[in-house]
Design a protein around this ligand. Structure first.
Ligand SMILES: [Zn+2]
Length: 260
């Protein structure tokens, strides 16, 4: 089986104060892209890791209570920038996408989760908790308990890295999402309940998909933490986050920066 190919994409962005997202940044508005990734799987076809913002989220922000999200975090989404529109340009219809793996349930990551009739989550138990516990950080405008959150499929249990798997260090517990060693999910706690990332062995090396690991490339490279006010939105409010894992030798980080 040939390797999966990862294509980083963006569906819309939002405006936020730079100083909130990065220590030392100025108090001015800055655009933050809603990143997601298209995984071209040799067997399962196009697979999405998150979706970016979607039209349903933008519509929800025009009415209560989603309008509050729009006031705090103004969202910009051109009709041609949606995941649906970008997939169409690449020749994929919505029904071609049979699997959407979600990192967490923030609006900029599941805004187009209605794109597909079938969803995969790599941490289903915790994601269900996040969707059903009415915790603000687990909610997104337009995403109700009767919406896509109920269609997350499971279980996809964490297991010890099996023999014969690629070097996934430092991760010791992984979930083989498709059961073919092509996409590995790993827990990435801290930003939101049930948060997961992906390790994808590509032809040129191992790609790490870590949504919202940082809100800018500079913040990640220079280890600039967000403002303490921004930590109030995190599920784990430790002042010092866990040390970033050192990647495997052939690691190729694919940043998917996003918004709060
Ligand atoms: Zn988030």
């Amino acid at each position: 089986m040939s390797a999966v190919r990862v294509i980083p994409l963006q569906a819309g962005d939002c405006l936020n104060l730079a100083a909130l997202t990065e220590r030392g940044a100025p108090w001015r508005l800055q655009a933050y892209p809603a990143g997601f990734s298209l995984l071209l799987h040799p067997v399962h076809g196009p697979v999405l890791f998150d979706t970016g913002y979607g039209e349903s989220v933008v519509r929800a922000m025009r009415r209560w209570p989603g309008v509050l999200y729009g006031l705090v975090t103004p969202v910009r989404l051109h009709p041609q920038a949606t995941a649906r529109a970008q997939l169409a340009v690449m020749g994929f219809a919505p029904q071609d996408v049979r699997h959407i793996i979600v990192s967490h349930l923030h609006a900029d990551h599941v805004g187009a989760a209605r794109l597909s009739a079938r969803h995969v989550s790599s941490g289903p138990r915790r994601l269900r908790n996040a969707a059903g516990a009415a915790r603000p950080e687990g909610r997104a405008p337009g995403l109700s308990a009767r919406g896509p959150a109920r269609r997350f499929r499971g279980p996809c249990p964490l297991v010890a890295v099996p023999g014969g798997a690629p070097d996934l260090a430092p991760f010791a517990q992984v979930a083989d999402v498709f059961g073919d060693s092509s996409v590995w999910a790993v827990p990435l706690p801290g930003h939101a309940p049930g948060m997961v990332g992906l390790l994808v062995p590509e032809a040129q090396g191992l790609s790490v998909l870590a949504a919202d690991a940082a809100w800018s490339v500079r913040a990640a490279r220079e280890a600039r933490p967000p403002h303490p006010l921004a930590r109030a939105a995190f599920s784990t409010r430790r002042r010092r986050p866990p040390a970033a894992p050192s990647c495997a030798r052939s690691c190729r980080p694919v940043p998917t920066p996003g918004s709060m």
